[in-house]
Design a protein around this ligand. Structure first.
Ligand SMILES: *[C@@H]1O[C@H](CO)[C@@H](O)[C@H](O)[C@H]1NC(C)=O
Ligand SMILES: *[C@@H]1O[C@H](CO)[C@@H](O)[C@H](O)[C@H]1NC(C)=O
Ligand SMILES: *[C@@H]1O[C@H](CO)[C@@H](O)[C@H](O)[C@H]1NC(C)=O
Length: 273
């Protein structure tokens, strides 16, 4: 082993040197004893040094740990346990195949949208927080629990805000301006909706749904027509909803309280850096 090769000379050399540089003394009973004690002490020290080095190396490895972002593996999420797949056929969304969400703005519609995500802020355990690729914050007053939100619920929140912005008569607070000369009251909604549209763009590109939309011949039109009611592989949304409801953060989260912890997330480096 490399450690043996490194440390053996250390143990023998100093004693060789000591012997040659010191004037020869007649070995007495006490000098023999102190020599034995010295050798034992030296052995203990060497062992301690090796142990200390081991922990030091482990520590520095831990704090400067960099990990490859593995694109072949889904990053850890505490909700991975809730992921199940199913085949779903979308509603096309034109007359004849409308979804239940295609109704006029109303308290009913608001309720349907809110039911999709209004439990989206979760509390997860410290062990789960420590496995995330990014650090999150402890919940003040809820010892050992951390705040988190599954992106699927944030996505739905965002799409809902875009929907509201499209109906400014019904949702005057979400009236946006598409020009740069907005009136001050439109600034918040405009920025929020801009964030949401771009977030949804990134989410769609990230997910990259490869389900196939097809064309089929329609005799009555003498033409092949695009068909949207095709099969998709989906994550079961009701399972993610169940996970969200089970982990919902019920108490108010106070973002002004800072709680230190010892969670160290690895520094990821990815190939496009
Ligand atoms: C801006 O929008 C956010 C998100 O809806 C809302 O919480 C906040 O109160 C708004 N701020 C102002 C100044 O309107
Ligand atoms: C479809 O095309 C066929 C052949 O050209 C023609 O006989 C028929 O009338 C057309 N039907 C319609 C609905 O246009
Ligand atoms: C989250 O982790 C990624 C990958 O290491 C990093 O690029 C990003 O800056 C982190 N963001 C936050 C808010 O920690």
């Amino acid at each position: 082993m490399a450690k043996d090769q490194e440390y053996h000379p250390l143990m023998s050399e100093p004693s060789d040197e000591a012997e040659s540089s010191l004037p020869p003394v007649k070995p007495t009973w006490t000098s023999k004893l102190s020599r034995t004690v010295l050798v034992i002490l030296l052995a203990i020290e060497t062992l301690a040094l090796i142990v200390a080095l081991f922990f030091l190396l482990r520590r520095t490895h831990h704090t400067t740990c960099t990990m490859e972002l593995d694109p072949h593996r889904v990053l850890y999420s505490p909700a991975l346990e809730a992921v199940e797949h199913e085949v779903q056929v979308y509603n096309v969304g034109f007359t004849g195949d409308l979804s239940p969400f295609q109704i006029p703005s109303s308290p009913t519609l608001d309720g349907m949208w809110n039911d999709l995500y209004n439990f989206g802020i979760s509390r997860i355990t410290k062990d789960e927080a420590a496995r995330l690729p990014n650090k999150t914050h402890a919940i003040p007053g809820d010892d050992g629990y951390y705040i988190a939100e599954l992106d699927v619920f944030h996505n739905l929140h965002c799409l809902n805000k875009v929907r509201m912005a499209l109906d400014p008569d019904y949702y005057p607070d979400w009236c946006i301006s598409t020009t740069n000369n907005w009136i001050p009251s439109q600034k918040n909604a405009t920025e929020h909706v801009s964030h949401c549209v771009d977030w949804i763009r990134q989410s769609i590109m990230c997910t990259g749904d490869t389900s196939v939309i097809v064309w089929q011949w329609e005799n009555f039109m003498n033409a092949s027509i695009v068909k949207g009611n095709v099969a998709h592989t989906c994550r079961k949304f009701d399972k993610l909803q169940d996970w969200g409801k089970e982990h919902m953060l019920h108490m108010a989260y106070d973002p002004t309280v800072h709680i230190e912890d010892d969670i160290v997330v690895p520094i990821f480096h990815n190939n496009f850096d």
